[in-house]
Ligand binder design. Structure first.
Ligand SMILES: Cc1cc2nc3c(=O)[nH]c(=O)nc-3n(C[C@H](O)[C@H](O)[C@H](O)COP(=O)(O)O)c2cc1C
Length: 403
């Protein structure tokens, strides 16, 4: 019977306990090299059927191709991947896992836990939608893009933000269900996620506000050219304002780039932090329960697991210290922008003085000055909120380093 002919039974595999971690390692093409007994038991196969078989052996038809496309692209780029996967056991029943997959020497390693945090409900809906889209002809590549877009629509910055969040949630729910210790950094990282969300909103607000006054210098030049008197003075005001607007645009772009670096650092750190605890536990379980099978050497296997753990803990430690300096850099950019914004007040006042001096129709110029005033007010408020969020982030970064 081929994999495609095997039955699909819409029933979960019963014997998957929350404490159990499911483990497997493949070569570079996804061919199974080793695993733990939870893996073999849930898959429902003998070791001799598993070793040397492609991992797709346990693929469930409900899994959209787009998710695996995203996984392989991430792994091939040298990054780790986290995601929900529905698998099919040999008898056709299913079981869901949250998998954390990482490149290791000669291939990839995956450690999974049983999802229980309630995040899965949305994911099931998303996978169902993608399955239908793929059945209608959507390519795996486009489907992967749609998955990323869907998590963005859920409010995540991108897929990496989602996977770190989901892992943190799953890790916490599992630890609570088992009555075991939840490492303090998980909560710190989640709270940091809230501050980062605030920052994202504010930086977006700054960009939107700027978008509304972008054309004002050009408008001022046009309006000024129509004046009978003071035309030259208005031209100078408009040109200065144009230069200031360019500077502001540069500063706002730098702020957005700074935020991106900060987000990447924080999300990689969170993924590394949670994954390092997961892998540490998987190693303990593996050491205790897995014998030295003829197909692999126990010590070698543990060595590979420890190397993967080190990769995650380095990311967590690096992330924690880097977040502090990135917050500092970001705060400086915000302060610099604030100083530039004060320059706008000068332009606005000059604008008002010039228009007051002109005894002709000036309502257009007044409007521009008014727009500038609104922009400046909005920007100052946004920058105040950015400052506040940065302070919150700084405190979290300090607590994280301590944790
Ligand atoms: C370390 C590792 C673990 C994997 N675990 C699973 C898994 O549990 N279930 C699964 O369906 N695919 C898993 N895959 C992905 C499969 O290799 C394969 O890409 C997927 O089943 C889709 O098969 P298809 O490309 O033939 O549609 C894993 C891959 C790697 C590298």
């Amino acid at each position: 019977m081929t994999r495609e002919d095997r039955p699909v039974i819409d029933e979960p595999v019963a014997d998957f306990a929350i404490e159990e971690l499911f483990l497997s390692r493949t070569d570079e093409r996804g061919v199974i090299q080793s695993g733990n007994s939870v893996f073999a038991r849930l898959a429902g196969y003998e070791w001799k059927e598993l070793i040397g078989a492609p991992h797709r052996l346990i693929r469930h038809p409900d899994m959209p191709k787009g998710v695996f496309h995203l996984m392989w692209e991430t792994l091939k780029a040298g990054h780790s991947f986290g995601g929900y996967v529905k698998n099919r056991s040999k008898d056709g029943r299913y079981y869901w896992v949250f998998a954390v997959v990482v490149p290791v020497e000669g291939g990839y390693l995956s450690v999974r836990l049983k999802p229980s945090a309630g995040v899965l409900d949305e994911v099931v809906k998303l996978y169902r939608r993608q399955g239908k889209a793929e059945a209608g002809g959507m390519t795996p590549e486009d489907s992967a893009k749609a998955v990323v877009q869907a998590v963005r629509d859920m409010g995540f910055w991108d897929y990496s933000a989602f996977m770190g969040y989901a892992l943190g949630m799953e890790f916490t729910a599992r630890a609570e269900a088992m009555g075991s210790f939840v490492p303090p950094g998980v909560r710190q990282f989640h709270e940091m996620g809230d501050h980062l969300g605030e920052l994202m909103k504010e930086v977006k607000q700054v960009q939107d506000s700027f978008g509304r006054i972008r054309n004002s210098p050009a408008n001022l030049i046009i309006l000024g050219s129509r004046l009978q008197t003071n035309r030259e003075a208005m031209k100078v005001v408009a040109q200065n304002y144009g230069l200031l607007a360019e500077e502001l645009l540069r500063a706002i772009s730098e702020l957005a780039e700074g935020l991106e670096v900060l987000l990447n650092t924080a999300f990689d750190g969170r993924m590394g932090y949670c994954a390092s605890f997961l892998y540490r536990e998987a190693i303990e379980q593996f050491r205790l329960t897995e014998p030295n099978r003829e197909t692999w050497g126990h010590e070698k296997e543990v060595e590979i697991l420890v190397a993967a753990l080190k990769r995650f803990s380095d990311a967590a430690i690096g992330g924690c210290s880097q977040i502090g300096s990135e917050v500092g850099r970001f705060t400086n950019l915000a302060n610099q922008l604030r100083r530039q914004v004060s320059g706008l007040a000068v332009t606005r006042v000059i604008c008002r003085i010039e228009t007051a001096a002109i005894r002709e129709e000036t309502s257009g110029i007044d409007d521009v000055a008014e727009q500038l005033a609104i922009f400046q007010g909005e920007l100052e408020q946004s920058l105040d909120r950015i400052n506040l969020a940065c302070q919150g982030l700084g405190t979290r970064a300090d607590r994280l380093r301590a944790a």
